[in-house]
Design a protein around this ligand. Sequence first.
Ligand code: AMP
Length: 140
Amino acid sequence: MTAAYDNANIFAKILRGELPCEKVYDDEHVLAFMDIMPRADGHVLVIPKTPARNILDIDAAHLSQMMPSLQTVARAVKTGMQAEGLTLQQFTESAGGQVVFHLHFHILPRWEGVKLRPHTGDMEKPERLKDHAAKIRAAF
Ligand code: AMP
């Protein structure tokens, strides 16, 4: 059974405006912002505005509502970062690699021959995050 949604998770705080984020897009259904420990330049997270722990508990209507927005953000990330491709990831529960328990999709810009960086926990410089975010915002 999936554990209950915890309102105190970091992304819930970002949604409530209690913590900052480098926002690239939002609409009725989703918020998209820069991952602070990017595994590729231009690494963006897309989260639903509805409370959902992960892919298992979000109701089908909310999941389908967020998909067109996910595609909109994916297109802007690819164009804005001049990427050759994208990798999308979604981790579910600790065993699946999930660390923050509000559903999120990772959008990772990819270039031929460029490997994803290891998840070291190193924070990106704020000015680099701002630079990448500006490129992505300009591509919507
Ligand atoms: P996971 O739950 O495994 O998909 O990982 C959570 C992701 O959220 C990681 O890629 C973190 O770098 C990222 N992250 C954690 N805290 C923040 C934050 N405050 N703002 C942006 N990204 C974050």
